[in-house]
Design a protein around this ligand. Sequence first.
Ligand SMILES: [Zn+2]
Length: 229
Amino acid sequence: MALKYNVEYNNTAKIGDRIFKFRPWTTKNEKDYLIVVESEEEITDDKLFDILIRPCLEDPDVALTVNEQKMLMIEIRKKSLGDTFPMRYICKKCKQVNDLDVEFDKIIKFKPDEFRPVTVDNITFNFGPIVSKKVKERLDATNSSVEYAFVNFLLHIHSVEIDGSIEDTFTFDELKEFIEDLPTYIFDEVYKEFQSMKSSLEFGLTTYCMICNEENNVEFDHIPNFLWT
Ligand SMILES: [Zn+2]
């Protein structure tokens, strides 16, 4: 008999409208992560994606926004290490330390991307997610925040309607030239609307002190004890 553990992608995560099939983390994933922690001062989102998300996905050719990536990571974490995490806070009233186990689902405030068409004058722009990892490479290749924002905007344009006639088979360069030729008032309006479609992700917990029962609103940027330490 060959000694082989059969990996199956039995779990699903729904992030916005998209569904991902994944498997929990393996010993190898944990080891790869700990090696990076030891050798690098800061782990980028891209690196985390390569170590802890991509290897778990049945279809690894996905392009995710930063917030979608965080949400997917939380879903994988829940199946791998449990759906609660230990945290500690100091009560604002009695100053006592509270230790508690918190469910991930109780702290997450996530609004997914919500794409909608934007019309200015005779032009309508139709937006959608970045379609593949290959397309997203253009974004990874940018080297200033202005260029990043501009390319990100372009990659979300799926079609353009001019006087009711739909254009959806342009190349990236054709689209770029078209946008660069637009009067600024059109661009500014469409860009502002696009910004408002983007997702948001915040963490926060409303809880009651175990000693004095005071309501405490605890806010945090990152989830404590999320991974192996
Ligand atoms: Zn208290």
